[in-house]
Design a protein around this ligand. Sequence first.
Ligand code: GTR
Length: 436
Amino acid sequence: MPTLRNAATALGLALLTMSETQLPAVNYDETKVPQYTLPDPLKMQDGSPVKSASDWVEKRRPEVLNLFREHVYGHAPGRPEGLKFKVTQNDDTALGGKAIRREVLITFARKEETPEAHLLIYIPKNTDGPVPAFLVINFDGNHLIHPDPAISISKSWVRNTRRHGITDNRPKESNRGNTKSIAGGNVEKGFSDKPGDNALEQILSRGYALATIYYGDIDPDYDDGFENGVHRLYPKPKPNEWGSIATWAWGLSRCLDYLETDREINAKKVAVMGHSRLGKTALWAAAEDERFAMAISNNSGCGGAALSRREFGETVKRINTSFPHWFCDNFTQYNDRINDLPVDQHQLITLAAPRPVYIASATGDEWADPKGEFLSGLHAGPVYGLFGLKGVEATEQPKPEEPVGAHIGYHLRTGEHAVTAYDWAQYLDFADRHLK
Ligand code: GTR
């Protein structure tokens, strides 16, 4: 009954707009950040201290992971029984002979209504043995990442019409090659229109493979009552079960399941990367799945790298109001009492430990609280210390274009909410230090 549904959606939007107008004004004033105390990463819930790496691995990490599942992102199922991979394209003459292009059809279940997800992979040629890889979850479709005419166009659509005023971002031929940064975002500085000047070709020339998937191939991005995407293969989520971020992260683990079977990829050296809501997703994917060797968060903000207790820029209340489907329902309990949330986002970073993690902010992205993103990295440091590793190696947020960090990388870039050539240059250098 399409008309009834449309009416319900319109009513939903009207209600949403009403509740958004009742939200407190956004704070961008550092002097108005409330006093807060962060949960101590090195203290068990019963108050006992975490003294060693094995205390962390055996006791505290599982405890923190469970708190995030229960209160923030929701518990997700494991690898589904009917998961299948089919290589649908394999061309070793891609990009003028420089790369192998492969497409893999992932089906999540044996049921007929399973969504079809397409993992796109480029592998550099003439390498000695399996290569490390970036797994990037993209915003608008695989075919946007490069003008290569052979990249298939997805039939899915995320319908995330609330993003930056975009009303129709349905994957279509006319936007082929539009996203030079792979990850997506509305502004991408530093790449030109010259052939080869895009993140994909830089990644390949540095000896890495790229695997990428459109998030709409996993689950749509609107409050649909979890009736679509992979959610429809499972019972309706309970208040402590997977919202969309956990679902997209789960999809990334399924991509890694495939990469483990690909002989040209070193699946023990896969960095998971995403921008904005998909940066939140990349961090949660690395938390849930320790097979990921590295995580990269580009401008992930609230519910990603930024500390929630600072309530600077986007707050938990706002994010739960604008995007009620992203987190588990339990998270809404903290809308007006953030200090009762048993975790804060620095602990999301600790869940990557001892693996390297990179957090990137932008000066013009106050909504994502750049300082709060840095502080998360800073306060995750003690957990890396348990492993004898160094974190951000700075006590103050660095100036723009001054990247810092050993096992927790951080930079603040001049400019807007986007993934730029500068950002990718830092990720590649960081990966060279840790994955090669
Ligand atoms: C914003 C949202 C942010 C961020 C961003 C994006 O509207 O408030 O949390 O995720 O979208 O994903 O582009």
